[in-house]
Structures are given as structure tokens and as C-alpha cells.
Design a protein around this ligand. Structure first.
Ligand code: ADP
Length: 459
């Protein structure tokens, strides 16, 4: 068993959850393996009917899931209720549609017909992080099930509760036993027992680079493809011709949920000429933030997930100060009892400062200015990460040329966090491996096969 605490009331114990040991992990993979053949043999349309039922059940349970998730990991209730949890249902519907509509490519060459087929790959282990547990679990489970794979989900031990609700809903939707399994527990135990099992044929992971490297070693031992969606250090580049007010609103919005978002644009890179005006607008918007309980509609800044994480954020800022970086705003925790950290802005001593180069995963942004656009792109592309970048400009031409020059899996121009579920999603560099989203995830969860048939002589 392991104990779960709510960031909203850390001193109280919220729940005790059974920790998967080797035996439980083995059983889960065995159950996914046993269920695989029949699930894989269903047509995509038959599988889709289960996914649609599950989506309908999620829709009905949104307030309940939102309440549990809010208590468990302190994301804003309003946002969970209206956007994040309903997205779980959308994930299942989107993949039910996509898998049903799939037509393998067919073409003639060398007197033969080439037919490309997708074969379900096998039992799949999915490992998720604590920062959007339900949404990310459904985002990863939906394509796996739609493609005909069976799943073992291992949620993060800091926010495990909504995964167990998902398992109940899968049951209610009438999925065959063994198609979807949840193993709770720590990464070092349950996580590694699952990823090292040779019966597993796909691993889909979201979390830290450090863990991805360990999972990669296990995947390599068994020659298993894996995808990894890892951290980010997104740039927010504001050109001289940009709508400064809008850019400042987006920049201040990076403190929402205390910045515990891998896609966050944490490096503000602003044209010299407009930097004062930008900072004025930015501070005005930061002043509007409301720190409070995640259940209050007005709250925008929530507690950090865990005391250890708060300490990590504090240590980052302390090291920045030692390094000679300048704190422009914030820079300390808010009160000794609770898990809040002030919205913080830092002007780094150099672009090599740790605070610029490494992911903090908290309410800490950096501020840099540039004279030439080329310099802005170089700064934006200067970290090892490459998950997302954001550009504000008034020119459609620059939207395309500079948007193309930004090195990231997703680049937003004059918008932020807009997502089309059929577009590829993933990171460059140490931000990730492989792509989720649309057909890209279905291809990952399948073994692509070429069936090549010689054309008959009279055809
Ligand atoms: P974060 O920094 O977001 O907590 P982690 O990579 O530590 O990221 O955790 C993400 C997920 O990976 C969690 O579900 C965690 O339990 C799991 N995990 C951690 N270590 C391992 C491991 N060695 N093998 C498999 N899963 C792991």
C-alpha cells in the first residue's frame, strides 16, 4: 500500500492505494496477453463501439472525475470540469472514428499490388505522469485499444486515483476482461516490472527524461518500440510587430496551475524596442492571478503537487540567485504550511544559466530580449528540448518563415495550446521520441505489414 495526500490539505491522508508488486504486475501483463487475441480479431468498428460507450460513460461522470482529480492533484476544478476531463471522452471518440475509417494504402508496382495493413501489436504498457493524469491516460489508452492492443496502465503514484475510476468505467462499458488493466504503484517497482516483461509489445510513456532513459533500456532488451513524451522548455518569442497585449496575456497565463505543464512557454524572448511595454502588460496580467483553493472558480494559481516538488522548484531559484541571475519578480514560496510558490520572473545572467536551459516545471519564467530576429530564433532553439514554441507577430510572412525556423514538435503562432487531435504531437531533441496524435499513434500501436500480390496475367 502507499499513501496519497492532497496538495490542497497535505497534512491529511487522502487515500491508501495498493502498490503493485511483481506478482500483480505479472498478473496484469498475463491478463492483457490472454485477452489480446480476441480483441485483436475484432474489426475496428466492433472495437470502436466499446470506445464510444466508454466515452458516453466518461461524459456522464465528468463532475465526479473532476472532483477526484482536483482533490488528488490540485489542478483547477473549473478547468477539469469544462475542458480537461471532457477531453478524455473526446480522446476515445476521436480514436474510435480514426481506426474505423482507416484505409490501408494500396498501389501497383512491378506487376504487383501492394496492400498495406495494420496488425495489432500486442499487450501495451502505458505509463503516465501526475500533471494531467486522466486526460493523458485516455490520450494514450484510446489509440492503443482502437488499434487492437490490450493495455496495462501504470499511473503516477503522486496522482493515482482517476485511473481507478477509468478502470471502473471500462468495466461498465462491457469491455472483455483483460483488455484494460490498471496497476498502481511506484515507478521503481510496478513501472519497471511492467516495462521489463517480454510479453509486452509496445510501451507508451509520458514523464521525465531520466525515466525515459531507464524505460528505453528495458525496451531495447526486448526489442520493443516505445514512445516518450518528455519535458519542455518552450520559448515565447514576441516580435516588434506583435500584439503586445495578447502576447503578455499568454505569457502571464503560463503561471496557471503553477506552471506544471510540459507544454508551458517558460522562456519569454521579447524584442528590445517593445520590452518595457511588454513587461508593463505582463505585470498587469500577473497581478490579476488569484491564488487559492483549486475548487474556487476565481483561482488561477494552485498549490504544487508535492512538498518534494516544491523543494525542487525552490532549489532551482536559489541556484539561479547564486549564479547571478536577477529575480525580477517573485522568487520564494508563499507560506510555510501550504504548497504555493510565487509567480516568478528571472532575468538570466547568460543564456547558459541553468534556469534557462533546464525544465523547472513550476511557476518560474525567464525573460530575455533581442535586437535581431535571427538572435531570437537562436535563443529559442538553444536548449536541448524541443516540445513546443510560441511566436507572436503581426506578419503572416514571419508567421511562416520564423514559425518554420523554430525547432519544436509544435509551434503556435498568435495562439497557444490549440490542439487538433489528428495532428502529430511530440518533441524534438530530449523532449521525446515518436509521435502521438491522429494516425501517428495508430501506426505506433500497429505492426505495419506489406501484402504484395502478383497481378494475374490477364489483369
Ligand atoms: P515526473 O518527474 O513527471 O514525476 P517521472 O518520470 O518520475 O516523471 O514519472 C512519470 C511516470 O513514470 C510515473 O508513473 C512513475 O511512477 C513512472 N516511473 C518512474 N520511474 C520508472 C521506472 N524506472 N520504470 C517505469 N516507470 C517509472
Amino acid at each position: 500500500m502507499f499513501k496519497v495526500h492532497s496538495p490542497l490539505k497535505w497534512e491529511e491522508e487522502l487515500a491508501e492505494v495498493s502498490a503493485g508488486d511483481r506478482n500483480i504486475s505479472d498478473l496484469a501483463v498475463a491478463s492483457a496477453s490472454e485477452a489480446f487475441k480476441d480483441w485483436a480479431n475484432l474489426s475496428p468498428q466492433e472495437r470502436a463501439s466499446f470506445l464510444y460507450r466508454l466515452a458516453d460513460l466518461i461524459d456522464m461522470e465528468v463532475p465526479n472525475i473532476a472532483r477526484v482529480e482536483c482533490t488528488d492533484m490540485a489542478m483547477r476544478y473549473e478547468s477539469l470540469l469544462n475542458r480537461v476531463i471532457p477531453r478524455g471522452a473526446r480522446n476515445f471518440r476521436a480514436y474510435a472514428d480514426l481506426a474505423s475509417e482507416y484505409q490501408g494504402r494500396v498501389w501497383d508496382s512491378n506487376g504487383t499490388t501492394n496492400l498495406i495493413q495494420r496488425l495489432p501489436a500486442g499487450p501495451t504498457v502505458i505509463i503516465t505522469p501526475w500533471n494531467a493524469p486522466f486526460m493523458l491516460a485516455t490520450w494514450k489508452v484510446a489509440p492503443a485499444l482502437a488499434a487492437g492492443n490490450t493495455v496495462v496502465l501504470k499511473p503516477a503514484e503522486w496522482a493515482p486515483l482517476s485511473a481507478s475510476i477509468l478502470a471502473d468505467l471500462v468495466d461498465q462499458a462491457g469491455f472483455p476482461p483483460g483488455v484494460f488493466n490498471v496497476v498502481q504503484g511506484t515507478g521503481e517497482e510496478a513501472g519497471s516490472f511492467l516495462t521489463e516483461d517480454p510479453k509486452v509489445r509496445r510501451i507508451s510513456f509520458t514523464g521525465s527524461c531520466e525515466t525515459a532513459r531507464k524505460i528505453g533500456i528495458e525496451a531495447a532488451k526486448n526489442i520493443v518500440p516505445f514512445t516518450a513524451e518528455l519535458g519542455g522548455k518552450g520559448a515565447l518569442v514576441v516580435l516588434q510587430d506583435a500584439d503586445v497585449e495578447q502576447a503578455a496575456i499568454t505569457a502571464a497565463g503560463q503561471y496557471d496551475d503553477s506552471g506544471q505543464v510540459c507544454l508551458a512557454a517558460t522562456r519569454l524572448i521579447v524584442a528590445d524596442e517593445i520590452s518595457e511595454h511588454f513587461l508593463d502588460c505582463f505585470y498587469q496580467n500577473v497581478d490579476k492571478h488569484v491564488l487559492g483553493s483549486s475548487f474556487e472558480d476565481a483561482t488561477t494559481i494552485t498549490p504544487l503537487i508535492h512538498p518534494d516538488h516544491l523543494q525542487r522548484v525552490e532549489a532551482f531559484v536559489d541556484r539561479a540567485v547564486e549564479n547571478g541571475d536577477e529575480i525580477l519578480r517573485g522568487g520564494k514560496r508563499l507560506d510555510a504550511e501550504q504548497l504555493f510558490y510565487e509567480p516568478t520572473l528571472i532575468k538570466p545572467a547568460s543564456n547558459n544559466s541553468e534556469i534557462v536551459q533546464n525544465e523547472v516545471f513550476g511557476p518560474v519564467l525567464t525573460f530575455q530580449t533581442f535586437e535581431k530576429e535571427e538572435e531570437a530564433i537562436n535563443l529559442a532553439n538553444s536548449t536541448e528540448y524541443g516540445l513546443s514554441a510560441t511566436l507572436f507577430t503581426g506578419s503572416m510572412e514571419k508567421a511562416k518563415t520564423l514559425g518554420s525556423a523554430l525547432r519544436a514538435g509544435t509551434v503556435w503562432v498568435n495562439c497557444f495550446l490549440v490542439r487538433d487531435l489528428s495532428a502529430p504531437f511530440g518533441g524534438l531533441g530530449i523532449s521525446g521520441l515518436g509521435r502521438e496524435g491522429g494516425d501517428y499513434a495508430l501506426d505506433f500501436h500497429s505492426d505495419l505489414k506489406t501484402l504484395q500480390i502478383r497481378n494475374s496475367d490477364d489483369s
